[in-house]
Design a protein around this ligand. Structure first.
Ligand SMILES: Cc1cc2nc3c(=O)[nH]c(=O)nc-3n(C[C@H](O)[C@H](O)[C@H](O)COP(=O)(O)OP(=O)(O)OC[C@H]3O[C@@H](n4cnc5c(N)ncnc54)[C@H](O)[C@@H]3O)c2cc1C
Length: 435
């Protein structure tokens, strides 16, 4: 997986392979940057972060140009599991221990605003992206059941978050059509969607609001003079402000931004249509699920009755030779009865984590913003980060300052050295999933 210029085939950029790309209608092709343009803000990256920033800037009358190396939604945003989670990647217990109760409350509240932002965008811009309510966090080890039950009570009593309820093992088995798990937390304030349809809907909304979206326009460097210059092979943008929104795919543009996020490749399969998400099929009520493993398993029905299942990741920037076989091993642990089910699609994408698994949203230098490292929660947090940065640029920095105050460390080691350290660390934790 590389970020690179891609040949335009028949006037269209090829999409990154996925079920989503294979099953959504062709969309307008946005032009390439050629020559010199001026703008208030240049945004690098056309995923949820960049598209939302472009849209929210344009809504405020700020002239924004978005540069995407490939096509809109080509990165993680167009390929992910589509699960809209509550809160942050860290639970409230962890956040309280680390930051105290007030900050833990604030971070949950920011997570609520993030979900609300995604849902508000879907509603306001009538983005048809198969949104469905309901997400279950399934407990993979009997050792964790008591803690998870207690956590449901805590969210309800200490945080007033009453959308969660506990699902006993038998009820859970019926709900998600597998006996693999030991109980679960049902969250009726979360849900799932088709991420590529959502990304493309955001692009349409941003362009409609006046943002200039440019594809096949890979930024090669940014230069600070009296203002900023953002360069591609074919052109340049002169602007006051730059937003780095390349997340796991950003490479060679800004050392500080890249040192704080670590790219990880994660993989998904999609079965043939099997009536999932409807009466008589698997997961009949149509909820999504993820689990308590360190390397999370996540799955959900699609609008056309498939089951998509994500599980397994790699840290060395090399995809498995056979992605379907790689994910299927994990899939069959949860759904052993589906050994004969046909797998129609398998693909991977690159997300990014931070050392503490909370997002890295910063002003790095005057006029240079970055956002990323959502650590698997970007369906909610990335569109929110784009909005929060747009607000900060428009002189409303409240939420931005809250995120910017979260302490963050760089990953140890330089660009080359950090990978062996990551592999060692992550492999150890992944091993613990099996204990
Ligand atoms: C397999 C997988 C499953 C996931 N499942 C979930 C899930 O279920 N729920 C959830 O909340 N999160 C999930 N995530 C994470 C989520 O997808 C990301 O957090 C989110 O999409 C990040 O959005 P983004 O816009 O910041 O980055 P991306 O969507 O990755 O977009 C970055 C874009 O920047 C472009 N770019 C990079 N460098 C340059 C450059 N130099 N010039 C121009 N363009 C550039 C890239 O081409 C890319 O399109 C998953 C991720 C993966 C990979």
């Amino acid at each position: 997986m590389t970020v690179g210029r891609r040949a335009v085939e028949g006037g269209r950029l090829p999409d990154a392979p996925s079920l989503y790309a294979a099953s959504t209608d062709p969309v307008p092709v946005y032009p390439q940057l050629v020559g010199s343009v001026r703008a208030d803000v240049a945004i690098i990256g056309g995923g949820f972060t960049g598209l939302s920033a472009a849209l929210h800037l344009a809504e405020r009358g700020i002239d924004a140009v978005l540069l995407e190396a490939n096509s809109v939604g080509w990165g993680a945003s167009g390929r992910n599991g589509g699960q809209l989670h509550s809160g942050q990647r860290r639970d409230q217990d962890w956040l309280e221990k680390r930051f105290g109760l007030d900050t833990a409350r604030q971070l949950l509240q920011l997570g609520e605003e993030a979900k609300a932002t995604t849902l508000d965008l879907i509603t306001r811009y009538r983005i048809d992206c198969d949104w469905r309510l309901g997400l279950i966090d399934a407990v993979h080890s009997p050792r964790l059941v008591d803690d998870e039950r207690r956590y449901v009570d805590k969210l309800r009593s200490d945080y007033g978050y009453e959308a969660v309820t506990w699902l006993h093992r038998d009820a859970l088995a019926e709900t998600i059509s597998t006996e693999h798990y030991h109980g679960g937390r049902r969250d009726n304030g979360a849900g799932h969607l088709d991420p590529l349809k959502f990304a493309r809907g955001l692009a349409r909304a941003a362009a409609g609001a006046g943002a200039r979206i440019l594809e096949d326009s890979q930024v090669t460097r940014i230069v600070r003079g009296r203002s900023w210059t953002v360069e591609t092979a074919e052109g340049r943008v002169d602007c006051e402000t730059v937003i780095l929104a390349g997340n796991g795919y950003l490479e060679g543009i800004d050392k500080e931004a890249e040192a704080h996020v670590m790219p990880i490749d994660n993989y998904i399969l999609a079965t043939a249509p099997i009536g999932a998400g409807a009466a008589g099929g698997p997961i009949p009520a149509g909820e999504a699920a993820s689990d308590t493993r360190f390397v999370v398993y996540y799955f959900r029905p699609t609008a056309d009755g498939r089951l998509i299942f994500g599980g397994g990741e790699t840290y060395g920037r090399r995809d498995p030779a056979d992605i379907a076989a790689f994910v299927r091993r994990h899939f069959l642990k949860v759904y052993p009865d589906m050994a004969d089910t046909r797998i129609d699609h398998a693909w991977g994408g690159r997300l990014a984590i931070t050392t503490n698994r909370l997002p890295f949203i910063r002003r790095l230098k005057p006029g240079l913003y970055t956002a990323g490292g959502y650590s698997g929660q970007g369906v909610a947090l990335a569109p929110f980060a784009g909005k929060v940065i747009a607000d900060a640029i428009a002189d409303n920095p409240g939420r931005f300052d809250a995120f910017a105050a979260i302490p963050q460390r760089r990953f140890p080691g330089g660009r080359l050295l950090r990978y062996p350290a990551l592999v060692a660390g992550m492999t150890w934790y992944a091993l613990r999933d099996r204990l």
